[in-house]
Design a protein around this ligand. Structure first.
Ligand code: FMN
Ligand code: MN
Length: 470
């Protein structure tokens, strides 16, 4: 699968809007796609961007149906069901990436002096943004200089000038830890920035994967290897059918101002943070397919593209981790997109022993997925699905006793993009709350639920027409 296959699939499913009229990269594309996203939910392909060649594709991830299509699953599955599918596939046998000699990504090669990132149709999203962002649904490929592991990571990327692209690799991310290794060795980090490819690859780039390459994660999920080719300067593996790849180097000692950007929290990160400098890519080459398609994701206040992908990927990797940790009784896991896809988690559990719900809560807090940013966790009994929010509220109303069911974790890793954090702690540490909305396993007599009588229901169903009901 590549991006073109995915767009064709959207078209077949009547899930695509092609816009052939001329639109401006300056706010117009993002505003149109946001309006469409809120009204009829289709993905949008802008085929005529003022003053630019190539197209821009928005909304690949903004509906559950398209998340299912990206994963190659039936379109009716819910986000939680899709996460379950991901979990089941990812604990299976690993399918490693396959090297190929050539690919359509090398149809056009732009080198050194001819490099001009501004020729690509990167959108400007919001009026207060610091510029145009080429990378929103992108990923960066790097190689760990000590272990030789290939790491993919999604970091938003701003066009700083014709040959420089800022990359917001936040402190402590796997990408940052690798960059620091190069910096300490006095070397620049070779990178490839992939903008447009199989949409599942980009999703994996935004997942918190450790000790593995995301190429292998995607191969395992697809059940067939990702085809990769070596980029010509750095030798880094890039998808053979990617649309656009920027190749270059990041000097960890030469940071540049970047942003501001209308974040996925729905807020701008404050003035103080804005002045912090970030890594920047010195772009040496641009590879692109003929008539390249730039993959973009809308951001800002939830819910849109960004929150759907964050929620889905975290939902899936949290469930995978809990399974790998040997947690039993998990009925379902959900990270609501409305909570920006990462700040709250809900887990439904069939308890089997006293303290089981507490063990699950501790495992969620300990998981790699939830180390980053999680503020709240709600545990419910297995008669309630984690994604059935009205019933989750019912559990909070009827099974949750704040004194018995609350635990506050004082300190955990967070994101500087969280508007609720103060500057005093550099915005890197958050507290977390566990709300256990289950009846304790050890209660000998549990409250009895109100239920309808099956026998009567069956009888009524048979008489439905007679009763004059549809
Ligand atoms: C659309 C989107 C944009 C993101 N932007 C950033 C970003 O600018 N900086 C960042 O550190 N993480 C960002 N993330 C989250 C990272 O992709 C995620 O933490 C991932 O694990 C980073 O890769 P790494 O673990 O290999 O460093 C973004 C995620 C998504 C879905
Ligand atoms: Mn990674």
């Amino acid at each position: 699968m590549d991006l073109r296959d995915f767009i064709a699939l959207c078209e077949k499913e009547n899930d695509l809007k092609r816009i052939t009229a001329e639109v401006d990269w300056d706010l117009e594309m993002t505003h149109i796609s946001k309006m469409i996203e809120e009204k009829d939910g289709r993905a949008v392909l802008f085929e005529n961007v003022k003053g630019h060649k190539g197209s821009v594709f928005f909304g690949a991830y903004s509906s559950t149906k398209r998340l299912a299509m990206a994963l190659g699953k039936p379109p009716h599955l819910s986000m939680t069901e899709l996460s379950h599918e991901w979990m089941k596939m990812s604990i299976g046998e690993v399918t490693r990436a396959k090297e190929v000699k050539d690919g359509p990504i090398f149809e056009n090669i732009i080198e050194e002096d001819a490099v001009n990132v501004n020729e690509l149709p990167s959108p400007k999203f919001y009026d207060k943004d610091g510029g145009r962002f080429i990378g929103t649904a992108c990923f960066m490929v790097v190689k760990d200089p000590e272990t030789n592991e290939i790491n993919l990571g999604t970091y938003r990327s701003q066009v700083l000038d014709d040959k420089t692209v800022g990359a917001q690799i936040l402190k402590g991310k796997r990408g940052d830890r690798i960059l620091q290794k190069y910096r300490k060795a006095g070397k620049k980090m070779p990178i490839c920035l992939v903008v447009g490819c199989d949409p599942l690859l980009m999703l994996a780039g935004s997942a918190m994967v450790e000790n593995a390459s995301e190429y292998d994660v995607v191969g395992t999920l697809r059940g067939e290897p990702v085809e990769i080719v070596e980029a010509q300067l750095t030798g880094l593996p890039i998808p053979a059918t990617a649309e656009i790849v920027l190749e270059g180097y990041i000097d960890g000692d030469n940071l540049r101002p970047e942003g501001p950007f209308g974040e996925y929290t729905g807020f701008y990160t404050d003035e103080l943070y804005k002045t912090i400098k970030k890594p920047a890519i010195d772009v040496k080459r641009i590879y692109h397919r003929n008539d390249p398609i730039l993959l973009a994701a809308s951001v800002g206040r939830p819910v849109n593209d960004n929150h759907m992908m964050l929620a889905f990927v975290r939902n899936a990797t949290l469930w995978t981790e809990l399974t790998r940790m040997g947690m039993r009784g998990i009925q379902s896991v959900y990270m609501p997109p409305e909570a920006c896809g990462r700040f709250w988690a809900i887990v439904s559990v069939k308890q089997m022993y006293p303290g089981h719900s507490n063990q699950i809560a501790a495992a969620v807090i300990a998981s790699h997925t939830c180390t980053y940013g999680l503020k709240g966790l709600i545990i419910v009994d297995d008669d309630i699905r984690a994604d059935d929010l009205p019933r989750v509220w019912w559990a909070l109303a009827t099974r949750y006793d704040p004194l018995r069911g609350t635990q506050i974790i004082n300190r955990g890793r967070s994101t500087p993009l969280d508007p609720a954090l103060s500057h005093d702690d550099n915005k890197l540490i958050t507290s977390r709350i566990i709300m256990d909305a289950t009846f304790p396993f050890e209660w000998e007599e549990k409250p009895v639920q109100v239920k309808m009588t099956d026998e009567v229901l069956d009888r009524i169903k048979d008489r439905w027409e007679e009763l004059g009901l549809d």
